[in-house]
Design a protein around this ligand. Structure first.
Ligand code: SF4
Length: 249
């Protein structure tokens, strides 16, 4: 088992160089009705169901370094070409490079919405991070919870269970800072009663969190089934990539 915060700082040594960060690709994606996407490299978790497991967990083997200006220009360029009004950083964990991420945010025009997809570990750990993010009016933070409680989190990520508390703390810190945020929850491995218990727990943090986005397993990557089998983890729901429910696109 590993400490997810400690791992974040170790991964940062590999994927950050000054204010530059490693990325594997820049693309137009169909999610959110169309969004320009930068796929970063390196994550502080090792989720067994991760669709980008290789780049998330072996960052030294993937990607190249880009400055905040280069990333902002690529995102805005793709959005302009495709007529999108949204951009995001996805693929791994964007918050690992704090200086880089905040500079990219500064460079995205306010007319374009920035969706930050994060596991929230570092925002839960560092309240000032939430405050710095909240200064960007065009930012929305989607905190993706890995399971519905500490036990599930640890089983799915291999990390110490306290990481789940940090995920919830991220939502609390963001609300307190005045940032726009919502929780997405990977529920494919969770019994209904655990999902309901999480909803009650979130409602205690803030009324804003009463609605959760349901995230379910999609087999984007053939390695996922193999990892689940090896780990002896069964799932309650899952989809093939050509059969994703419309509400999850
Ligand atoms: S937090 Fe996201 S990017 Fe990181 S390992 Fe889990 S699913 Fe992959």
């Amino acid at each position: 088992m590993y400490d997810s915060v400690k791992r974040a700082f170790e991964i940062a040594k590999i994927v950050c160089q000054g204010d530059k960060r490693k990325y594997s690709r820049f693309r137009a994606a169909r999610f959110y009705g169309g969004i320009a996407t930068a796929d970063c490299v390196g994550c502080c978790l090792r989720c067994v169901f991760c669709w980008s497991y290789e780049t998330a967990t072996r960052p030294h083997t993937a990607g190249a370094f880009y400055s905040p200006l280069e990333v902002a220009r690529k995102l805005v360029g793709i959005a302009g070409k495709k007529g999108f009004h949204q951009v995001r950083i996805s693929g791994s964990e964007p918050t690992i490079s704090k200086e880089h991420l905040l500079k990219v945010l500064d460079l995205i025009p306010v007319s374009i919405d920035f969706i930050l997809e994060t596991n929230g570990i570092l925002i839960g750990y560092d309240e000032d991070y939430a405050k710095a993010l909240a200064r960007h009016d065009n930012l929305h933070v989607r905190v993706s919870l890995k399971g519905t409680n500490e036990e599930e989190f640890s089983r799915l990520t291999g990390a110490e269970p306290i990481g789940f508390e940090l995920q919830l703390k991220a939502l609390e810190n963001l609300i307190r800072a005045g940032a726009s945020t919502h929780p997405a929850v990977m529920v494919s491995f969770s019994p209904i009663e655990n999902i309901e218990a999480l909803q009650a727990r979130l409602a205690l943090i803030g009324k804003e969190l009463e609605e959760i986005e349901i995230e379910e397993l999609v087999f984007f990557n053939p390695g996922v089934e193999e990892r689940l089998r090896k780990a002896g983890i069964g799932c309650r729901t899952a989809y093939r990539r050509d059969n994703i429910p419309p509400e999850q696109v």
